[in-house]
Ligand binder design. Structure first.
Ligand code: ZN
Length: 482
């Protein structure tokens, strides 16, 4: 499963092959699958069993632009230059959850236990694109606990908050008037000027923002050609902060920059929400249960080949040559200075404020990598990922089984959720009733590359592993001489 999903390499909202493949496996194993949930064609909710408790297992499935990479070799070598690839490792989490769920399902059948297992995908996580809509449309209303899984380099789950931001992802669209840029430039109103002025305004504004914010942008439409004054242009921003009010603050600052830029250029503007996320807060009793299970399972036993690949890649990118983790690291407790830290986001945050939730981090990748990069794809269809997923699946299965069989654990999780986590903070969605998932995103890119990528889909009926299909000797540590 890990190798197959790796070979599909699909960007957010375009995970059609991935979803088809994984839901068919679930159906073959007795799960009922509702497809296209929350108006997202590649999303689904699979369900098995009946009655309480209802435990939902989730993980992301989308990949990274331009991260195409041959697995098992210790340098940058795209399978297809420019194509997307699993440069984050989102090919591994749903396979892990399926493995865990099938093991627990077998036990539940044998012991006639009541309870419902749900499995769902984080569609377009890299765009923070889906989970707020799952919540808004009620898909977690009847769920008692969520076990999320995300690829990492060690084994465990942290609790509380800190180090994770929430965000609003917005595209600002400017509308002007075209004209011949040489013959009658005075008749044009440049939407691109508005984009550049908005960005200049934002970059001056940064100096006066809290250090906790993170904001970044790309220009998604810069006009057509130089001799036509751009009548339309657009810039896409991520505004990140630590809580709802500060995110809303950045959002209104952004709107003010857009307004100012429009005034200066006599253009008009509007905005489109492309994604959103709340900062995560994770459940303490559930994390403690999971970490006790992780202690029993321990890290995988890495072979000399696994360590050699890890060290060769770390050497290649100038990271510390520490190899793969060999000691279980208990996740750090929430930092007392969490309110001054910033960092990345994950829209699992939205779910964590509606249902007691934890995130299992499992050792399927190499430490010290930059993230969102070809280097993060190298281990993801090798024995490193396979062993890490199996170790993670064991921990996930044990925790799922605990939740199914220990009502006191569910009660403690709910008590923490109600009396600690949400005592003073109440969830308000960042998406508005009129907003829709941005399912049009990445369509053109996938259409450009899909035919070429199909030639590299893994055929498990012919090859024992994807490395065999690609003819990669594991591990390949030195570049062939050209
Ligand atoms: Zn991720």
């Amino acid at each position: 499963m890990v190798d197959t999903v790796f070979s599909y390499g699909e960007l957010g909202f375009q995970e059609f092959e991935t979803s088809k493949y994984l839901t068919e496996i679930l159906e073959k194993n007795g799960f009922k699958v509702e497809r296209g949930i929350a108006g997202i064609p590649t999303a689904w909710m699979a369900s098995w069993g009946s009655g309480k408790p209802v435990i939902a297992l989730g993980s992301d499935i989308d990949c990274i632009p331009q991260a195409s990479q041959k697995p098992g070799v210790a340098w940058h070598e795209p399978l297809i230059p420019g194509a997307p690839g699993h440069g984050e490792g989102h090919n591994s989490g749903v396979p892990l959850n399926i493995l865990a769920a099938l093991a627990v399902k077998e036990q539940m059948e044998k012991n006639h236990l009541s309870g419902t297992i749900k499995i769902w995908p984080g569609v377009a996580e890299e765009l923070l694109g889906a989970k707020a809509y799952y919540v808004r449309d009620g898909y977690f209303k009847d769920v008692d606990a969520v076990l999320f899984a995300h690829v990492g380099t060690n084994l465990g789950a942290r609790w509380g908050e800190g180090g994770q931001t929430g965000l609003i992802s917005l595209q600002y669209n400017f509308h002007g008037e075209s004209a011949h840029a040489a013959a009658a430039p005075w008749r044009g109103k440049s939407a691109l000027d508005a984009v550049e002025l908005m960005d200049a305004g934002w970059n001056f504004h940064r100096e006066h923002l809290r250090p906790q914010q993170r904001s970044h942008y790309v220009i998604t439409n810069g006009g057509d050609q130089p001799n036509v004054v751009p009548q339309s242009a657009a810039v896409w921003y991520y505004f990140r902060e630590l809580d709802y009010d500060h995110i809303k603050g950045l959002w209104s600052d952004g709107d003010r920059m857009a307004q100012g830029a429009a005034l200066m250029t006599q253009t008009t503007w509007d905005e489109t929400i492309l994604g959103s996320a709340w900062p995560g807060h994770y459940n303490k009793p559930m994390a403690e249960d999971l970490n006790a299970n992780a202690t029993q399972i321990g890290l995988p036993v890495w072979s000399a080949d696994d360590q050699a690949l890890a060290k060769a890649l770390q050497h290649e990118i100038g990271a510390q040559e520490s190899g793969l983790d060999t000691e279980l690291r208990t996740p750090r407790p929430p930092s007392p200075t969490a309110s001054s830290e910033s960092g990345p986001s994950d829209d699992i945050g939205d779910i964590s404020w509606n249902v007691p939730t934890i995130v299992l981090s499992y050792p399927a990748n190499i430490p010290g990598l930059p993230g969102h990069n070809w280097a993060n794809a190298i281990a993801m269809a090798t024995p490193i990922a396979h062993k890490g997923v199996v170790a993670g699946a064991k921990v996930q299965a044990m925790t799922l089984y605990d939740l199914m069989t220990k009502p006191e654990l569910i009660a403690a999780a709910k008590d923490y959720f109600i009396n600690v986590q949400t005592k003073t903070v109440k969830y308000k969605s960042l998406v508005r009733p009129e907003d829709k998932p941005a399912t049009f995103m990445n369509k053109a890119t996938m259409e450009k590359y899909r035919a070429e990528m199909q030639k590299y889909y893994y055929d498990a009926s012919k090859y024992p592993t994807y490395l065999d299909q690609l003819g990669v000797k594991y591990p390949t540590l030195t570049k062939p001489a050209k």
